[in-house]
Design a protein around this ligand. Structure first.
Ligand code: PMP
Length: 426
């Protein structure tokens, strides 16, 4: 950052220009929202054939099952077969369930709390439990773990995934550390994809808790913006080779592939943990929505059908990601005021602003009519100790709105940065 080399006069003049730019935007009465990573209406439209893919006349699955009836707790086999190679999970170890993978994560953790895992000495509830949270990370992961009583422990992330030395030293000495969140591909929000080497290290590291669990949330497994893209990692095979077959629980869904609120969620694990999960699920469910499974299986037809569908998403999303990069490069690049990611997939751009200014940027943007995810949301308990990280979600609004929103954010970053050096806050 070259801010410290500017004279007070230069700072004052840049602040004046930035404020004038900001005020022009504020006067426009904008109402834009780039807070959540939702698909756009055009993306949802791509999957509308789902709505007619099953009728009363053809509701039978490949093996003749009437999908309208109860049963089939593990989910429809033909849909599990399609997603098996895409997620790197053998079909018999992959369950297709309801519409939300977050719900399956909640269930898995709740089952562990109430009943313990098969390898637990006792249920997790009633003793202190801690969860490792790679940062910056996904706010709903943190909120879920917190709501179940976990203490959240931040760990750093680098270009290959979570800092494995930090994880190894924490996990080796503390039996209350029961798990770690991992978003292995195009992570939310920084867009990092874990390397196979890092995966092997995480699956092999010695843990004081015999039931240490890796929550492998592969939410963006197929959400590539460009080539080459990461290939599925056989996390269950790697864990088994390392002698820790039961360590990873795999989650994924079609939320950002088909219809976000009406997709299909998947759970994968070792045979032992699949039995465990299915057994506890069975206490509260007679079977998932197999009509929805059948619609999805017919709509895609094959793994290649899913890949082809995701290429259409990439065509819609790429211009939006490019627009934000272009605006930030133009507005923030020359003055070297911030750094941002240019991800090769996923749903987010992470913007790093001068420390101590992120909350102010978010507030200024809100006052100018642009809603951003609260600063700090990418950290446990919503507190970013550096107050520097902002998550940008460019997927949902139309392209023109994304461009204007990025311009407003850039103006806010300039105002906040120059204000901070002109009159540092205490
Ligand atoms: N995991 C991650 C990392 C996500 O970003 C999201 C959606 N924002 C989810 C899970 C939610 O998935 P679902 O819709 O399947 O509950």
């Amino acid at each position: 950052m070259s801010l410290s080399s500017l004279t007070p006069q230069e700072i004052a003049s840049r602040l004046e220009t930035a404020t004038a730019d900001y005020e022009r935007f504020a006067a426009r009465g904008l109402s834009l929202d780039i807070t959540r990573g939702k698909p756009s209406a055009a993306q949802l439209d791509l999957a509308d054939e789902l709505l007619t893919a099953v009728t009363g006349a053809d509701a039978a699955s490949a093996d003749g099952t009437d999908t309208r009836n109860y049963g089939g707790l593990h989910g429809l086999p033909e849909l599990r077969e399609i997603f098996s190679p895409l997620l790197g999970v053998p079909t018999e170890q992959l369950l297709a369930q309801g519409n939300s993978s977050l719900t399956l994560m909640r269930d898995a953790l709740a089952f562990a709390m109430l009943h313990g895992r098969p390898d637990s000495a006792a249920p997790w509830a009633g003793t202190p439990v801690r969860m490792l949270c790679p940062v910056p990370g996904y706010d709903r992961h943190f909120g879920l773990a917190e709501s179940l009583g976990f203490e959240l422990v931040p760990v750093a992330t680098d270009a290959e995934g979570p800092d494995v030395d930090q994880v190894a030293s924490l996990v080796a000495g503390d039996p209350s550390i029961k798990g770690i969140w991992i978003v292995p591909v195009h992570s939310n929000p920084i867009g990092v994809s874990i390397s196979e080497r890092r995966t092997r290290e995480l699956m092999a590291l010695p843990a004081a808790a015999g039931d240490f669990t890796v929550l492998w949330d592969n939410a963006y497994a197929l959400h590539h913006l460009r080539e080459p893209h990461p290939e599925p990692i056989d996390v269950l095979g790697i864990a088994a080779e390392a002698g820790n077959a039961d360590r990873p629980l795999v989650f994924a869904s079609t939320s950002k592939i088909t219809h976000a609120g009406a997709g299909v969620a998947f759970f994968g694990a070792s045979p032992t943990l699949v039995d465990w999960f299915a057994r506890h699920t069975a206490a509260g469910a007679i079977g998932p929505d197999k009509v929805n499974h059948l619609r999805h299986a017919r709509f895609f037809g094959s793994p290649e059908g899913v890949r082809a569908h995701m290429r259409k998403h990439a065509e819609l999303l790429n211009p939006k990601f490019a627009a934000v990069d272009e605006v930030f490069s133009r507005e923030l690049g020359p003055e070297d005021l911030a750094a941002w990611t240019n991800p090769s997939g996923g749903y987010f751009i992470t913007l790093a602003v001068p420390p101590g200014t992120a909350s102010h940027v978010v507030k200024l943007a809100a006052e100018a009519g642009v809603k951003l995810t609260p600063a700090g949301a990418t950290h446990p308990h919503g507190v970013d100790p550096d107050d520097a990280i902002i998550r940008i979600a460019p997927t949902m609004p139309p392209l023109e709105e994304v461009e204007v929103a990025a311009e407003v954010v850039a103006a806010c970053v300039r105002v906040a940065a120059y204000e901070a050096v002109a009159s540092p806050r205490g």
